[in-house]
Design a protein around this ligand. Sequence first.
Ligand SMILES: Cc1cc2nc3c(=O)[nH]c(=O)nc-3n(C[C@H](O)[C@H](O)[C@H](O)COP(=O)(O)O)c2cc1C
Length: 212
Amino acid sequence: MRAAKEPGRPAPGKDGFEGGNAVRVVVGVTGASGAIYGYSLVRTLNELGVELDMVVTRMGEQVLAFECGVKKPELARYGRIWANDNMFAPIASGTYLTDGMVVMPCSMNSLGAMANGVGDTLLYRAASVHLKERRPLILVPRETPLHLIHLQNMERLALAGAQIMPASPGFYHRPKEIWELTSFMVARVLDALHIDHDLMERWGKHMAPRTE
Ligand SMILES: Cc1cc2nc3c(=O)[nH]c(=O)nc-3n(C[C@H](O)[C@H](O)[C@H](O)COP(=O)(O)O)c2cc1C
């Protein structure tokens, strides 16, 4: 994994865009519940010095405002936001190098579109680019219960190379606050992207039950 740039400092450009050797990640936020996951991810990646390209769907924007009271301009503090109908955005092309893409939270609607190769929005196109370029595509779906088509869509995406990481935080770190649950999921996403972090203690360090 390339090293993250120093937080707050623009890295030198090498391909006509900002970035240089900084880690560059695409984050999609859709209209599933759990907007706080996406918001936490974006803030954490920015804190770690990761260069961010973001796409927020129309419903993603509404659920983010409804659940977190956060509007798009607030997200823009952490990276570039591209309009979901802007097919001229760099992330629509495989020539724009990234270290991976995360859709968090991922609605069943977007999951279904991505599972079927739909490419008529920037979010779907960028996801498709990550699959075809064999780059990490991490999807954090949120829905319950799941019907057969949801499950089949997840299977298709997993077979195509995506990593399905359901928004289902563990409780073995004994969380007391909501942020401890969101951090659990953000930490798993960072692990999948091979980005160093110390968001939570790893199992086996101090938390494992005593051996006999
Ligand atoms: C408050 C709220 C919560 C929602 N939660 C979910 C959810 O958890 N999972 C889901 O798949 N859809 C959920 N939806 C429905 C999606 O927003 C809807 O299917 C929408 O078309 C998704 O569009 P998008 O994929 O373009 O973001 C929710 C809608 C609202 C208003």
